[in-house]
Ligand binder design. Structure first.
Ligand SMILES: [Zn+2]
Ligand SMILES: [Zn+2]
Length: 96
């Protein structure tokens, strides 16, 4: 199972690298291509990590950073960068 997670991590990283090389400097089309060509791979990585009982960052739907802490509310696992910008907290506030 761990190899499977690793495999998808590598695939997502490869697509992000290719995107960066081609679209990284394009502020207009770049983000659109990113959402189409990179984010789906990242979401697969997040899904297989969850299945393997590995923590994922809830700060953003395309974040693959290592989770080091919890969000400011202390409720969800996030990476360092998203600790104060937790998407799950925002979403829960909306549904409350
Ligand atoms: Zn994050
Ligand atoms: Zn949170």
């Amino acid at each position: 199972m761990e190899d499977y997670v690793q495999m998808w991590g590598d695939i997502a990283a490869r697509h992000e690298k290719e995107w960066k090389e081609t679209w990284g400097n394009n502020d207009t089309t770049g983000p659109l291509v990113y959402r189409r060509d990179v984010v789906p791979y990242k979401q697969i990585v997040r899904a297989v990590r969850l299945k393997a009982d590995q923590p994922i960052c809830w700060g953003a739907a395309d974040c693959l950073d290592q989770t080091l802490s919890h969000c400011a509310a202390g409720k969800h696992e996030t990476c360092k960068q998203h600790a104060n910008d937790c998407f799950l907290c925002k979403a829960e506030a909306e549904s409350a």
